[in-house]
Design a protein. Sequence first.
Length: 638
Amino acid sequence: MKPVRVVVAGIHGHGRNHVENVRRLAATGRAELAGVCDTRPAPALDVPWSADLPSLVTETGAEVVVIATPIHTHAPLAVAALRAGAHVLLEKPPAPSVEEFERISAAVAETGLACQVGFQSLGSAAVPAAAGLLGEPIRGIGVAGAWTRPFTYYSRAPWAGHRRLDGVDVMDGALTNPFAHAAATALAVAGADAVSSIEGIELELYRANAISADDTSSARLRLADGTVIAITVSLCGDRRTEPYLHLHGETRSALLFYTLDEIEMDGVRTGFDRVDLLGNLLAHIREGEELLVPLERTGGFTRLLDEIRRAPDPLPVDGARTEPSRLVLPGIDGLAVRAAAELKTLSEVGFPGGPGSRRATWPETVWPETVLRAGSREVATYVQRGDLRATDAPRPHLHPVRTLGGTVVTETQPDDHVHHFGAGVAISDVNGVNFWGGSTYVPGTGPTILPNHGRQRRRSLRPVDGGFAERLDWTGPDGDVLAAEERTLTARALPGAWALDVTFTLRNRTGEPLSIQSSACKGRTGAGYGGFFWRAPKDSPGLDAFTADASGERAVHGSLSPWLALTSDDWSLLFVQTLGLDPWFVRVEEYPGVGPALAWDTPLTVPDRLERAITVVVADGRLTTGRAAALAAELAVP
């Protein structure tokens, strides 16, 4: 199949991700980056550049234009690209008004070309599955979203945080931009594609930041068929959470985590596949595959956006906590959970500005997350994040993990290694696919970013005694499954501490022997990392590592002791290999991290399956060598 020539318009913001995606598709022979359109040159890309999109399409012979520019430029650029003869992938939201939406629609009809809208969540198989999952009609959909944004988010571009700029609608509010996927996904589950699908809209727009757009808001939509959609979102949460749809039936309910492609019902989470929208557009052009998110499917969302555009300015709210880099509205995530559960607006659950609101009586409502408990104590959160880039090699991981005294002993995305994520399973090279994240070591060149990153896609997560059992697919950048994994994570109480038990079995799905390598296998001495890995906090005082026979990073790195301790003045981690015995990969001086190395300096071949298990004791204070040895002996499998 001849590669489709692609031009990306807008490359200095989110457009960077689109350039990365084109390169990923180029590595499979499906696409070619033909040029970039921006007001600023991009010499590092080494492709034709122009600020004139129609001329660039003509010059390069591009068949597709990806438009990742500010919202108010979408309509003129989409129309220009279509009339120049190119199909369009248009970032969400498609337009700042129904009028502009109809302008693009007219150009699509006039040219007969395709316009796919970048609501990536609508490429998920979880969306059609959710519509019939309950086995009964959906009477309502609640949406909860709580993210955090720094002050710099609102200075990232001249239009950031504005409703209008120089008399032009730009619509950069919480409901219309960062949480646009939330509304679009709810409308898609409800089948409300058209502008006429929505019968009525109630809006509550608020702002805690010094901006003109909303950063904390509710919208309640009543659809023509009687379904109610209640959306509550905020960019003033105290941490990032995974937004979700609360599906209400007559007798049953479920949660759809649209950033993760997962549905939770009756305590069990099920994962679904997602189709890349640019890949789908390429298949539409070459093979006639049906578009997943054609422009006409986003009419319902555009109707909501238009209502927000015509609404009064957001009301300012007091009571935000000022932190060095951001504003936080204490308790806003709990209010979003309540509003989604009860299909209410913010004012109806007690947010300031609503009738009868009493800030001091906000109830403690917990965001739905997967947590591990040692006895009655919550000690760890098992995280699957929907905001990670392909180069992060997305994977579930434990963070934060805490001692019984509350000290956090994991770190995620630190500045020194942004692809480190708490505690989990990660391998740098499985049949050439990077499941570790970051660069790949290339002999003779060194660490290099390649379009070879995989991801661990969850298939199911169910509770078991003391924790969870999980099934995962290890998929390459082309979507092929290299391995299937069965993983269990359980927590148990110990005297004065607690223990995490992790087992994982990788089953080969390639039909030929699976090759596992580390960077050390390729010539980078000492870089044998890959397998279960724990990244600890760098700012911990008094860091040290020891085994029964040796102490210090240089002495224990590469050792074959059945146990190893990583300690600080405040906490201790005792790692005990209970199935399999691999050399220890240890870092202390550069950063604190520990894990058994599956392929220390020689490739590991897996014809059928690979099984490993490890127990980690998490304790407050510093363990002595004697106490560590005694604990390890108690935990060792006979």
